[in-house]
Design a protein around this ligand. Structure first.
Ligand code: NAD
Length: 503
């Protein structure tokens, strides 16, 4: 529907069936998972877990303490020797069995994830499928590790390179893909022979706890431990703990800095997957229709709460008006709604009231700047934390909305006039996670991809991932890689053993 001012009014598709997405029986135990069992916390405080479509509390989980972390780390330390000694084949078979268990529970996990995050079932089902594939890939990859050939590199000295586990890895995950981000960490960490303690986001702990419940009988006690709670308490203790050998965080830049600082005293390894603000550089020779329809998905997948989201278009001035029209017409087709409102729902709510306020705050400030709201532009009626899919056009260089990670259903559009300007402006953000370039010119596609300062660059595509290829950023987006054999390397250490065999 279009108003007299030319803006669309978006209606939220509500579920016709008022029965809940999940029942009490679907919920995991509201406890920590330590040493192979669900345990009470050391304090009695709880954290409310909220359904962002209805704003109602669906579970209460214990608020963990530093003492709870210490107990979980002790369990992980006790378990690490036996887990590390398993043959690659044995660990691999266990990871395959975990993948089977996840796959068999796809519907339950998807519904739990959607109930806790509001994400469309199509997105949560895709998340579970990708989590399964991550375990399957790591199960295979761990049996095929390679390194420098053994041989004499110094006279009469035989060098052998060993790949060893690090020991105990601490993991902190965000709320946007709770199960999938957990899988991206747990699979390579276990594959490389480590044990771990994971702290899910305090807002979205349900699928991580359900994962622990589902695999409890598969893993030896202490190999996987889950402690709930706030980042500043539980996450911080994990990052500073002297018996934790590495801390891996997916989250915001501020949390990444805090974790790196906390890790400094013990000099543990740090692995950071932080924010993104992906530029989408569109040249006049690009297939504009293909770019617009791709951005409908890549900009709004998971309601734009996606670190690789195609959120910042830089389009050549000569085709800008035409492209904005095509993009707006694609974005207006997006179906916004609750998870049970139909399989065609594409966009759900923001995960929390705080995040909803943050995203709508960016939109209010953008409207006061010299920015044109081409479609959307603000909050939708509650209940629920829904925001209209938005395109902001005529965005001036350096505008806040085009520089900072909004992490919502918002695409900004700026223009450029030549290649050098496009590259300079695309790179002129503190984050460096991912980017895309759209052109039919082969020279240009190679050249621009090489000059973009981002960990992933797509050409004529955006937001396509695979378990075989690495994911991770440059600059403020952190360091370390998820997925692929590069993640296996990150969670292992290299030892050189040299034998003097001279007579
Ligand atoms: P967040 O940083 O607020 O929280 C992430 C996790 O860190 C939570 O579990 C939180 O409790 C914990 N945390 C917070 N402060 C901490 C501290 N001082 N010490 C230890 N842990 C702490 O981020 P979020 O809002 O949950 O997630 C959104 C952010 O995550 C966005 O910036 C997004 O770009 C980023 N993200 C990045 C990737 C990637 O692959 N690069 C993937 C998903 C999300």
């Amino acid at each position: 529907m279009t108003t007299a001012a030319g803006l669309t009014t978006v209606t939220i598709r509500r579920a016709a069936d008022t029965s809940a997405l999940i029942t009490a029986a679907d919920l995991p135990p509201a406890r920590h998972f330590v040493d192979g069992t669900f345990v009470e916390g050391s304090a009695d405080r709880v954290i409310d877990v909220v359904d962002p479509c209805t704003e109602s509390v669906i579970a209460r989980i214990p608020e963990g303490t530093a003492e709870d972390i210490d107990r979980a780390v002790a369990a992980a330390v006790a378990a690490k020797g036996q887990w590390a000694r398993l043959l690659p084949k044995e660990r691999s078979e266990l990871l395959h069995t975990i993948a089977d268990r996840l796959a068999a529970n796809t519907e339950l996990l998807s519904k739990l994830e959607s109930a806790n995050t509001g994400k469309p079932l199509a997105v949560s089902t895709d998340d579970v499928g990708q989590a399964v594939d991550t375990f399957r890939f790591m199960a295979g990859a761990l049996r095929a590790t390679t390194s420098m050939a053994a041989g004499d590199y110094a006279e009469n000295h035989l060098s052998v390179i060993l790949r060893e586990p690090l020991g105990v890895v601490g993991v902190v995950t965000p709320w946007n893909y709770p199960l999938l981000m957990a899988a991206w960490k747990i699979a390579p960490i276990l594959a490389a022979g480590n044990t771990l303690v994971i702290k899910p986001s305090e807002q979205t702990p349900l699928t991580t706890l359900k994962f622990a419940e589902l695999v409890a009988d598969l893993l030896p006690p202490g190999v996987l431990n889950v402690v709930n709670g706030y980042g500043a308490v539980v996450g911080a203790r994990l990052a500073e703990h002297p018996d934790v050998n590495m801390i891996a965080l997916t989250g915001s830049v501020a949390s990444g800095r805090a974790v790196a600082r906390a890790a400094a005293d013990s000099l543990k390894r740090v692995h950071l997957e932080l924010g993104g603000k992906a530029p989408v550089v569109i040249f006049p020779d690009a297939d504009l229709a293909a770019a617009a329809s791709s951005l409908r998905v890549a900009g709004f997948w998971n309601s734009g709460q996606e670190c690789g989201a195609a959120c910042r278009v830089l389009v050549h001035a000569s085709v800008a008006a035409q492209f904005v029209d095509q993009l707006v017409s694609e974005v207006r087709k997006l179906v916004v709604g609750e998870p049970l409102a139909g399989e065609d729902v594409e966009v759900g709510p923001m995960v929390s009231k705080a995040h909803f306020d943050r995203v709508t705050g960016y939109l209010e400030r953008a409207k006061k700047e010299d920015v044109r709201v081409a479609t959307g532009g603000g909050a939708l009626d509650g209940p629920g934390y829904f925001v209209a899919p938005t395109v902001l056009a005529d965005v001036p260089e350096g505008a806040e909305a085009a520089r900072e990670e909004i992490f919502g259903p918002v695409i900004t559009v700026e223009t450029f006039t030549d290649e050098d300007e496009a590259v300079r402006r695309a790179n002129d953000v503190p984050l460096g996670l991912s980017a895309s370039v759209w052109t039919e010119n082969a020279r240009r596609s190679h050249d621009i991809a090489a000059r973009l300062d981002f960990g992933t660059v797509w050409v004529n595509s955006h937001l396509v991932l695979a378990s075989e290829v690495p994911w991770g950023g440059f600059k403020g987006s952190g360091y370390g890689r998820d997925l692929s054999v590069y993640a296996l390397d990150d969670y292992a250490r290299t030892k050189h053993v040299m034998h003097n065999h001279g007579r």
